[in-house]
Design a protein around this ligand. Sequence first.
Ligand code: 5GP
Length: 215
Amino acid sequence: MGNEAKAKLFVISAPSGCGKGTLLNELSKRFDYYYSISCTTRKPREGEVDKVHYFFITDDEFKALADSEGFLEYADFSDHSYGTPRKPVEENLSEGRDVLLEIEPNGAFQVKKKRPDAVMLFILPPSVASIERRLRRRALESGETEEQIQARLKTVVPDIERAYDYDYVMVNGDLDKAVEDLVKIYRLAKEGGAGLEEFSAANMKETIDEVLENA
Ligand code: 5GP
């Protein structure tokens, strides 16, 4: 005891449709952290449960929370607002429990500004085409319209362009390898980050370039 690593705040961004759900589910089996539940003004998709996947709230409720400093960060994405409730993040960290936020880049950089010790990880798709395929498949199940798919696709390249400024970058290609990488990043980042050079944004630059060039 005594040399236990301090509670860490992990901020993970990955374009929607990149398959991060499965990955994060695997991570949650191996580590104990508080997974932040965001507020959003979008409607629930089929299977999504209020207060489990999101707090689904109205525009007015969102605005009231934003005005009363209720959010650690918030941003608009694809015509809706998303925000991280501030209190649970602060409470868990002060109790010594890691916290994981899964948010888009505008919000992620707001968090980094407020908490420079946050660990920022970007999960890249193997290609932009793979995202489009996944979004279209999901749209068939959830009834999303072509317009909604296009709105999401529009943010993919600009989001990936922000990957250069994260602490760590990894690719969600082969699932087993991606789980292994994510677990390694989590474990070593908690211990201060030594041994994670292969995932630094500088070392991942060519991979990011490649995904963008082929977009
Ligand atoms: P979706 O609508 O597919 O659940 O999420 C759309 C995007 O919003 C994803 O990139 C997701 O990471 C992001 N997001 C989810 N919650 C938050 C949040 O609290 N704050 C911000 N800034 N982005 C969020």
